[in-house]
Every structure is written in C-alpha cells, then in structure tokens.
Design a protein around this ligand. Structure first.
Ligand code: SF4
Length: 325
C-alpha cells in the first residue's frame, strides 16, 4: 500500500523551567523520543501503551496540534511526501482538512450550549464550504452514515447517550472528507456493551470512505480487534511494531508480553500466566538509563542498564527494541 505518513526520529519535548523572574530550563519531558514508523493508506495502525507513554502526544504531533521539537514527519500530499513542519499556510490548511481527530471523551468534545448543527457547521465553514444548502446536506448525509436520524441536527448534546455522542463526533470528523482519522481512545469512555457497536461502525465507515485510521488506546484487546498493525510504546519510545496477528501470537518485547498477559481470557480454566508489572511507570523527565524498561523488566541483564537497545527487524513485518534479540 501507498505510504501516507512517514515519521523519522520524531521528538516532542516539553521544557521544564525553574524560577519566576529569571526562567532557567532545567529539564525536558520527553513525551515522544526519536520515534520512527510509517502509516499506509487504508490501514488501521494501533498505538498502545500505558497512560503517560506518549501515545496521545504522538497523535497530536503528527497532526500538528502539538508542534514536534525535532525529527521529521512527512505526509503524502497528492503523491508528494511533504514535511509537515515545513508546510506553507495554504498546505497546512489543506492538511488539517485531510487529517481529522476524534477524542476520547464524547461528553467534553461537544459544546453543551450548541446544537449538533452548530457543531458541524463551524468546521465546514472553516474548511471553505460556503453554500448553506451544501453544508446541511453534508450534515444529514454524515448523520445517516453513523446511523442517526437527520432531525437530530437541531438537538443539543445532552439529549444523546455516550455512544450516540461519539457517533456524532465521528460524523463531524467525516464532514470535511478526511483521508486519515486519528482516533484517541474513541471507545474508552463508553460502556463495554456499546464499544463493540461503535468499533464495528468505524470499520464499516473505513471501508465505505477508504479511510486510514490511527487508533490510539491503552487497551490491547480493543486495539487487536480493529488494527492491521500495532505499535507498542513505553516512555516515549516505540518498543515493538508488528502486524496485529504476529504481535498476539508471538509478542517479543517483555513489556508487550506483560500487557498481553493482562488481557482477561473469557474461558474458565484457560492456561495463562499473568506477568505482573511491578512499580510505576518512571517519570519521562528522568528516564532510566539504557533500556527505559529495565527498572520493571524481569529479564533485564547488565547491558540493559547502560545501553539503549535500537529497534531491529526480526522479519519484514516485526520489529523490536530489546537486547534479548
Ligand atoms: Fe528487558 Fe533488557 Fe529487553 Fe529492556 S532490553 S526489555 S531491560 S531484556
């Protein structure tokens, strides 16, 4: 498949200052630290890790909602790979239309004071849809896409359930005909019974509109359900990249193995040994030396404390950053 995003050594650091009058930089929070990967057109790329691993910052960085502080992020703009950090104003405008985001919390994503009509009308106007009739037709069509009735456009967010609100947010993202949708924990705030419905709907929409999804989540079982390939992140770094099937059948990184072992198996008596991760995630301000996971890794060796493992290809579809390989 054609590459739509090409990310190389991307960094998003947040400086920390000391002092009120004379500010002095004392450290950086390395939220995204030298991350490299590609996204292919039409795929669903899952990004997983515990909270604070940098996955949301990564999603925002490749959308330019948070400006990266180093490295490269190229986007396929009509067949030409262009560095998003060097976009002209006009290119950035086009890019922002082509890449949309759906956030975790459908309750705070919609302004309670505005009708669904207003929530849809603003981005449509901002992206140059000047005809009122056209905008209204798009709103009605997109509500239909997410199986909601057209008359809902005049209602307020509080009149909808959590699942309906998230469908409205998905419909709003689709209004401006994006190519890529970044979904940041899109079903985490929903009841488990509703999660599968929304995930199935998203899969149908992906086929219908030939969309590329970047699906960010902390829950590996949700990511497994929807993703073609998966990136596992720990403390701002990618520790493993694989096709979804390969990751579940043969997780290589000890961190991935621990995350996978935490997924409950719904079969009584199933043979599964849970790997308990001890300790908290270390601070991204003061990352452990060598392999950042060594403070919690049961397989850590001496080399792990001093040398940072580089990400290596195990086969053409599977990469891991660990000294065991
Ligand atoms: Fe564990 Fe060492 Fe591999 Fe890090 S590099 S995951 S500490 S074995």
């Amino acid at each position: 498949n054609e590459v739509i995003f090409e990310i190389k050594n991307l960094q998003t650091y947040f400086p920390i200052y000391e002092g009120f009058i004379k500010k002095k930089k004392v450290a950086d929070v390395k939220a995204v630290d030298n991350v490299s990967f590609t996204v292919k057109r039409g795929e669903t790329l899952g990004i997983v890790g515990e909270s604070g691993c940098g996955k949301t910052t990564l999603g925002k960085s490749i959308m330019m909602l948070q400006k990266p502080t180093g490295g490269e992020a190229r986007f396929n703009m009509n067949g030409e790979m262009k560095d998003i950090r060097k976009f002209s104003k006009e290119e950035l405008f086009k890019f922002k239309k082509q890449v949309q985001m759906v956030f975790q919390d459908p309750y705070s994503s919609l302004n309670p004071m505005k009708t669904i009509y207003d929530a849809f009308d603003e981005p449509l106007k901002a992206h140059g849809y000047t005809s009122k009739e056209e905008r209204e037709q798009i709103m009605i069509d997109r509500l239909k896409t997410v199986n909601l009735q057209s008359e809902y456009i005049y209602r307020y967010p509080h009149e909808f359930s959590g699942g309906q609100r998230q469908r409205i947010c998905i419909a709003r993202a689709l209004c401006v005909e994006p190519q890529v949708v970044v979904l940041d924990e899109p079903v985490s705030a929903l009841d488990v019974s509703i999660q599968a419905q929304v995930l199935n709907l998203m899969q149908d929409i992906q086929k219908q509109f030939n969309l590329t999804y970047i699906f960010i989540a902390h829950d590996l079982s949700v990511v497994e359900y929807i993703s073609d390939r998966i990136i596992v992140m720990y403390l701002g770094n990618i520790v493993e990249i694989s096709k979804a099937e390969g990751l579940y059948k043969n997780p290589l990184h000890p961190y991935t193995q621990a995350l996978l072992s935490a997924i409950p198996i719904p079969v009584v008596g199933a043979d599964k040994n849970r790997i308990v991760l001890e300790g908290d995630v270390p601070s991204p301000i003061n990352k452990p030396s060598g392999c950042a996971f060594h403070t919690r890794c049961k397989k850590a060796m001496d080399i792990c404390k001093t040398q940072t493992p580089v990400i290596k290809n195990i086969d053409s579809e599977h990469m891991v950053a660990c000294h065991l390989y």
